[in-house]
Design a protein around this ligand. Structure first.
Ligand code: AMP
Ligand code: MN
Ligand code: MN
Ligand code: MN
Length: 285
């Protein structure tokens, strides 16, 4: 089971990816993925198209989403897997989480203008596939277009990461709410890319214990932004906290993502894969 090529984290044009859900399904299949999930940010509107395409490509899949949460003043991402996509409380929670993105984007644009990057809101909008989901990634693509930076990673480093000139603090969903939206819809909640958060060990411990207390069960151990050392650290923590382990590339775009769908290392044999407990939620091809 640990050797199943599961890739349970990626993005389409419905959030900040550059490929259509159908194209991602085909790409996952071509990459050898055996169990797939589309996890757009704060939005499940791409799922019906993804499910239909996965069926056409004989690819097993789970429903998915990646919810933006604010915990201890930091943005944390919670992946939901295997939920009922028709659940109303989940839909309402996601709609509330998406709200405020347009206003934040306008403020980002104003801040970027102060450091000489003009018309960033209009520029970013040209990269947006879903008007309800303008994100920093769309700004990054526009700023690359202007020639100020060579790639989107440089844009984040210089302009969009926390503390940089174009960063506008934002209050996302509460941890307990996000976990509850997922679990009451029959899904499993997973802490995404834990190595990406700048938490102290005490804050990280608080995140894990509160997440579990709210009913969260999973930890993304293997993902493209984790080094080998990160994978070992979070594999150990998954065992220590009795969490289910997940694996997902976080693929966004052929030009930007360093890791292809289906090409991650396998989960450590000590870990219990999240997909073992989601067998009855798999949409079989
Ligand atoms: P937002 O939800 O608008 O705050 O945008 C967050 C998205 O920005 C993440 O999901 C990533 O796709 C992207 N992102 C964040 N940090 C970086 C980075 N350092 N390099 C490239 N993309 C990043
Ligand atoms: Mn993203
Ligand atoms: Mn994320
Ligand atoms: Mn992601």
């Amino acid at each position: 089971m640990n050797l199943l090529n599961a890739d349970l984290h990626c993005h389409s044009v419905v959030s900040d990816g550059t490929l259509e859900p159908e194209v991602l399904a085909q790409r996952a299949k071509a990459g050898g993925v055996e169990l797939w999930a589309l996890t757009d940010h704060d939005e499940i509107g791409g799922l019906p198209r993804a499910i239909e395409a996965a069926h056409e490509w004989s690819l097993d899949m789970l429903t998915g989403v990646e919810i933006s949460v604010t915990f201890a003043g930091t943005t944390v991402h919670i992946v939901g897997l295997g939920f009922d996509a028709g659940n109303q409380a989940l839909a309402d929670g996601l709609a509330a989480t998406r709200g405020g993105r347009a206003e934040r984007a306008q403020e980002m644009s104003d801040e970027l203008a102060k450091v000489g990057i003009r018309d960033a809101y209009e520029g970013a909008l040209r990269y947006v596939g879903n008007p309800a989901l303008i994100s920093r990634t769309h700004f990054a693509r526009y700023i690359v277009e202007t020639g100020v930076c060579a790639d989107t990673h440089e844009v984040f480093r210089r302009y969009l990461a926390e503390g940089k000139p174009g960063f506008v603090p934002h209050r996302w969903a509460k941890l307990g709410d996000a976990v509850h939206w997922i679990t009451q819809a029959g899904g499993t909640a997973v802490i995404a890319h834990p190595a990406r958060y700048a938490f102290t060990p005490t804050e990280e411990y608080a995140l894990f214990t509160e997440f579990i207390a709210h009913g969260g069960r999973g930890l993304e151990v293997v993902t493209s932004s984790h080094s080998a050392a990160d994978q070992r650290k979070y594999a150990d923590m998954a065992v220590e906290f009795g969490m289910l382990a997940s694996r997902g590339s976080d693929f966004h775009s052929p030009g930007e993502s360093r890791t292809e769908l289906g090409s991650l290392p396998p989960l450590d044999g000590r870990l219990e894969p999240v997909w073992e407990t989601l067998q009855d939620r798999v949409l079989r091809a």
